[in-house]
Design a protein around this ligand. Structure first.
Ligand code: UDP
Length: 338
């Protein structure tokens, strides 16, 4: 991973959603580089054990608050100290962001606007983590940033997809009005340690099912595709994007181009588990995108970045981490005594 530029390394950085899956890895990387990091998180979907990993570290502050509410004084007092603001705050797995769709939408609209106002007051650079979901169920493949997407504004995914699209709109409007210096990342499916075991995404579901000897749940036929990016690669790209200089801000796809079907993911999981795994088929959720693969030409050109972690290696790290977590959280009676 490339070290953050000098400004970030010596900076005072606010990470909204910093206790979440990608956010906690980002906070750790920024702390490693020497930054002062404040994390604001409402702990709605964050894995609670991510915080103790960070809380003991120098230069780390945690504030429990929800960005849909007025930002706490601890954040708004002395705004000029913020050099950079990352916005990763939002439930991101389909079951979790659909559990409270109003809150998901408001997190993206009200929350992003509050952080943009703070960036304006602070003169801080602002980075929004948007999503491949802005492309909806894409009709263009792979998806370049100038593809405008095929999103339902009335379906169950709309609270997230349209919420992120509105967050992008706000962010680019602030830039157009010269109110803030902004960057926008469109993150494609990311996986790795420190995901919630119960967040409902395919990688975490399949790993937990494999470890527990349950059948792997395949939604639909399993022929739908995704392109899975290991979290260290995603965090590296976010830090580079924050550092990048752009004449005019443009969204940047961050993801892995290795597109596979969900059934191929099962095969990759079998290689990691070292045995064959039984599957069970369930209905495909409404509006589930059929294909997804990023065009990362812009990330290559602007950030000098592309993912370096092969799926087999990333899955191995993730599987081993989940195995450790399951052992640590299992009741003593269920743990084997050597
Ligand atoms: N999926 C699956 N089994 C699961 C969870 C998800 O087959 O246990 C499918 C889901 O329908 C989708 C893909 O895997 O086609 C990726 O789902 P995920 O929720 O991880 O992310 P998405 O890309 O849909 O936001």
């Amino acid at each position: 991973m490339r070290n953050p530029g000098k400004a970030q390394a010596g900076g005072t950085i606010l990470v909204a959603g910093g206790a979440g899956f990608i956010g906690s890895h980002l906070c750790a990387a920024l702390l490693d580089a020497g930054a002062n990091v404040t994390c604001i998180d409402n702990m709605q979907t964050a894995l609670p054990s991510n915080l103790p990993r960070l809380a003991g570290r120098d230069r780390f502050t945690f504030i429990e608050a929800d960005i849909t509410q007025p930002l706490p004084d601890a954040i708004t007092a002395d705004p000029a100290r913020w050099t950079h603001i990352y916005n990763l705050a939002c439930a991101a797995s389909p079951p979790l962001y659909q559990a409270d769709p109003e809150h998901t939408m408001l997190t993206n609209v009200v929350g992003t606007n509050q952080l943009l106002r703070l960036a304006e007051q602070a003169g801080a650079r602002f980075l929004l983590t948007s999503t491949s979901e802005v492309y909806g169920d894409p009709e263009v493949h792979p998806q370049p940033e100038d593809y405008r997407g095929n999103v339902s504004c009335t379906g169950p995914r709309a609270c997230y997809d349209e919420g992120k699209r509105a967050a992008e709109t706000l962010t680019f409007d602030y830039a157009r009005m010269n109110r803030a210096d902004v960057r926008v990342a469109r993150i494609f499916n990311t996986y790795g340690p420190q995901m919630r075991m119960d967040d409902g995404r395919v990688v975490s579901n399949l790993i937990v099912q494999a470890l527990e000897g349950a059948k792997l749940t395949i939604y639909g036929s399993g022929a739908q595709t995704r392109s899975f990016c290991y979290v260290a690669d995603t965090v590296d790209a976010l830090i580079r994007l924050m550092d990048s200089e752009m004449v005019q801000p443009l969204p940047v796809n961050i993801g892995n181009q290795n597109e596979i079907t969900i059934l191929e993911l099962v095969t990759a999981m079998e290689a990691v588990a070292g045995r064959s795994l039984d599957v069970t088929y369930h209905d495909l959720p409404q509006d589930d995108p059929q294909r997804r693969r990023p065009d990362i030409t812009r990330a290559r050109n602007v950030l000098g970045w592309e993912p370096t972690t092969p799926l087999a290696a990333g899955l191995r790290h993730t599987y081993d981490w989940f195995a450790g977590e399951l052992t640590a959280t299992a009741p003593l009676s269920a743990q084997r005594v050597a």
